[in-house]
Design a protein around this ligand. Structure first.
Ligand code: PMP
Length: 444
């Protein structure tokens, strides 16, 4: 066992001692740990040895208004001094009331009533329950390669064996339809996906369900699958087919919500109105909070006692969320949209410059760089996905040589992810791009 080492302030004194304690006392959950963090501010992470890193991953797309955002920290501190917990479903309190009202104002369409929980996966679980209760139907359809969480209900929706191995059975009556993954869509055979690809949903309903459909659950831009943006008209067609079958459209905005895609919610890029919207991650800039929001008519299908969470809607997290929304609406989202357009152009150039870059795609400040087998770049669907080691090596090079923390994702674990705090400056993005270029050179 590791010897506990502490500094004069009572904290652990080195990266080594933090990692050693993880080995001994924290359930192993991730193959390779990233940079240990002692403190963070803006887009900068500092480790226990005093090294600084530029963070372009925001703790998996969470700290949208910057690490340690002063307004959010102040709001949380004030609430800490006032009232921390009473169970928000037992003791009504102002932060929950204010946040629920605010979410009704800022979310698209008729969305009105929110249920608060503590994470993304819980938001998805609750949305499935509500859809079943409202429609009286049971079955759910999600997208192949999609990600909705790791508890057993949401895991059933997650369309990736890698997360399910050894964990089955999950919940029953879940089917999957094709994602709008133009780069590797078998149906399009080298052409770009279009709205017609959504018709696959009709086929899946016909052949993989009994027709007793409660919900279709979709990420408007797929995050963990590799930042996949649907083609024009695709999501609208999904909505139409879903409603034709009497089911609800659940948009999972856990990753895309709260400014990430250059609008407060990614749904706003499309002509759709979710029947249930799931949220978490960026909602409170790092304090644990999740939510699902529905029009009153749908939300009221829940009767007293149908759903509850002891910690859900914690007043401190809700106060932080209110301050986060204020910050986002104070110009951060608009600025991020502009910087995202610039970043998109810069990334597109990499497709020409590097043989290992197959496709770059994204919206706002949510961008993916899909790597392919070195030397095989050709028309889409031709370049094979590389071994997961390639993206891991690029990420390691970025961290070790340029002090940049960048995420890796994608169904094939071959997509570099730019999902920085939305407050990132153009200069900081240049640093990350330079680091990526040098890492790609080393990998080619
Ligand atoms: N839905 C989506 C779209 C996500 O990206 C994630 C997390 N990556 C989740 C749900 C699950 O969120 P959490 O890890 O907070 O449970």
């Amino acid at each position: 066992m590791s010897e506990q080492k502490t500094d004069s302030a009572g904290g652990r004194s080195s990266n080594e001692s933090v990692v050693a304690a993880y080995d001994d006392y924290v359930t192993p959950i991730w193959k390779s740990l990233n940079v240990p963090v002692e403190r963070a501010s803006g887009c900068t992470l500092e480790d226990a040895d005093g090294n600084e890193y530029l963070d372009v991953f925001s703790g998996i797309s969470v700290t949208n208004v910057g690490h340690g955002n002063e307004a959010v920290v102040d709001a949380a501190k004030e609430q800490l001094d006032t009232f921390v917990h009473g169970c928000s479903y037992v003791h009504p309190n102002e932060p929950v009331a204010d946040l629920a009202e605010r979410i009704a104002e800022v979310t698209p369409g008729d969305l009105q009533k929110s249920f608060f929980c503590n994470s993304g996966t819980e938001a998805v679980e609750g949305a499935i329950k509500l859809a079943r209760k409202y429609t009286g139907s049971k079955e759910v359809i999600a997208l192949e390669m999609g990600f909705h969480g790791r508890t057993l209900g949401s895991l059933a929706l997650t369309g990736n064996k890698a997360y399910k191995q050894g964990m089955a059975p999950t919940i029953n009556d879940v089917a999957h339809t094709a994602p709008p993954y133009g780069y590797r869509c078998p149906r399009c055979e080298g052409e770009q996906c279009d709205a017609d690809c959504a018709d696959e949903l009709e086929r899946v309903i016909g052949s993989h369900t009994s027709g007793d459909l409660a919900a279709v659950v979709v990420e408007p831009v797929m995050g963990e699958a590799g930042i996949i943006v649907p083609p024009e008209g695709w999501l609208e067609r999904v909505q139409e087919i879903t409603h034709d079958h009497g089911a609800l459209l659940v948009l999972d905005e856990v990753q895309t919500g709260y400014g990430r895609t250059g609008e407060l919610f990614a749904s706003e890029h499309f002509d759709v109105e979710p029947d249930i919207l799931t949220q978490a991650k960026g909602i409170a800039n790092g304090l644990p909070l999740g939510a699902f929001t529905a029009p009153a008519e749908i939300a009221d299908a829940f009767e007293s006692g149908d759903h509850l969470s002891t910690f859900g809607g914690n007043p401190v997290a809700c106060a932080a969320a209110l301050a986060t929304i204020d910050e986002l609406q104070g110009g951060i989202v608009d600025d991020a949209r502009e910087r995202g357009e610039w970043l998109g152009d810069e990334l597109a150039a990499l497709e020409e410059e590097y043989g290992v870059v197959g496709q770059t795609r994204g919206l706002g400040l949510m961008w993916g760089v899909e790597l392919v087998e070195p030397g095989t770049t050709g028309p889409q669907n031709v370049a094979p996905a590389p071994d997961a080691d390639l993206a891991a090596a690029v990420s390691e090079h970025l961290r070790e040589e340029s002090n940049v923390v960048m995420g890796v994702g994608g169904y094939y674990k071959n997509v570099m992810r730019f999902q920085p705090p939305l407050t990132i400056t153009r200069d900081q993005l240049e640093v990350a791009l330079d680091g990526l270029r040098s890492a790609l050179e080393a990998a080619t």
